[in-house]
Ligand binder design. Structure first.
Ligand code: CP
Length: 323
């Protein structure tokens, strides 16, 4: 690893501050961890003696479990706080005080999911501990974009990791409220891909062009050129108001139905960060079909999160991984 590509960040709060070389370093490191995960004993001592606290103030299945498992596979100790009902959040303790108390327990990493955009950055500026953003409101979900782009590179790489320059990626759905979409737009454009955002005008505002993406409100017209289709569910829990007439109407215009799928390239890659709302943003059989890499995304999330924790801890890229 050259000095130019060495990891320099204390925290991972978003994709926006990363360079292309840093994203590729995470991917190269994740690839090495996938080899570790294929061994009979799926562990390395890289984080032995360190402690990772998962602080998930919002619900999660994939991200929380894979961060827990990633820390365990790296031989760290792991503690988790989930939701607000069983912690002192319920008694009015603030996020800052909660995090300072974790740090007082000599926690080395805090992995935070929170409903407020900027929550991870807020903690990163106040703690000595490393902070990893596991999703902050509608802002960023950096490890999701890292695992999504890793999955594309792996799928297209023929045994290696392909470059994504010129790749045509369509992200369809609730872009306005999607931290996954924002982080993916940053990651994909840094990696040279061409991103088109699709959805109703209420969920895909023109301002997203400023991030380097194209915009369309006609799903059918963009399907024939798409090499990757990323389907995003309508995030009704965040919208708080009606932004389209009904789920049925949404699906008729922006759902990947079997009929609409006929317009796609035969080798189109279908992605969904999960949770899937089957029959809304995509047909259930397509989600389980041969073009889908949805479960590969989940598998790769573990290796990518191992790579992130390892690099934040001072790991020196793939060549520094202890057997
Ligand atoms: N993709 C994702 O963040 O899923 P979870 O909310 O289940 O973690």
């Amino acid at each position: 690893m050259s000095a130019e590509t060495a990891w320099k960040h204390k925290d991972l709060v978003g994709i926006q501050p990363l360079t292309r070389a840093e994203i590729e370093l995470i991917h190269d490191t994740a690839r090495a961890f996938k080899e570790v995960l294929a061994r009979p004993i799926k562990k390395t001592p890289s984080l032995r003696g360190k402690t990772v606290a998962n602080l998930f103030v919002e619900p999660s299945t994939r991200t929380r479990l894979s961060f827990e498992l990633a820390a365990q596979r790296l031989s760290a100790d792991v503690v988790s706080m989930v939701g607000t009902d069983s912690s002192s959040f319920k008694k009015g303790e603030t996020l800052k005080d909660t995090a300072l108390n974790l740090q007082a327990l000599n926690i080395d990493f805090i992995v935070l999911r929170h409903s407020a955009a900027g929550a991870a950055q807020f903690l990163a500026e106040r703690l000595h501990a490393h902070v990893v953003n596991a999703g902050d409101g509608s802002h960023e979900h950096p490890t999701q974009a890292l695992l999504d782009t890793y999955t594309m590179r792996e799928k297209l790489g023929g045994g290696g990791l392909a470059k994504l320059d010129g790749l045509r990626v369509v992200i369809c759905g609730d872009i306005l409220y999607s931290r996954v979409a924002r982080s993916n737009i940053w990651a994909l454009t840094k990696l040279g891909a061409r991103v088109t955002l699709v959805g109703p005008a209420t969920l895909v505002p023109e301002t997203f062009r400023e991030l380097g993406a194209e915009i369309s409100h006609d799903f059918d017209s963009v399907l024939p050129d798409a090499q990757v289709l990323m389907l995003q569910r309508p995030q009704l829990e965040r919208q708080g108001k009606t932004l389209f007439p009904s789920l049925g109407e949404y699906t008729s215009l922006f759902g990947l139905t079997k009929e609409r799928f006929k317009r796609c390239r035969p080798d189109v890659i279908l992605m969904n960060p999960g949770p899937i709302t089957r029959g809304v943003e995509m047909d259930s059989e397509l989600a389980d079909g041969p073009n889908s890499v949805i479960l590969a995304q989940v598998t790769n999330g573990l290796a990518v999160r191992m790579a992130v924790l390892y690099l934040l801890n001072g790991g020196r890229g793939p060549e520094g991984i202890q057997p």
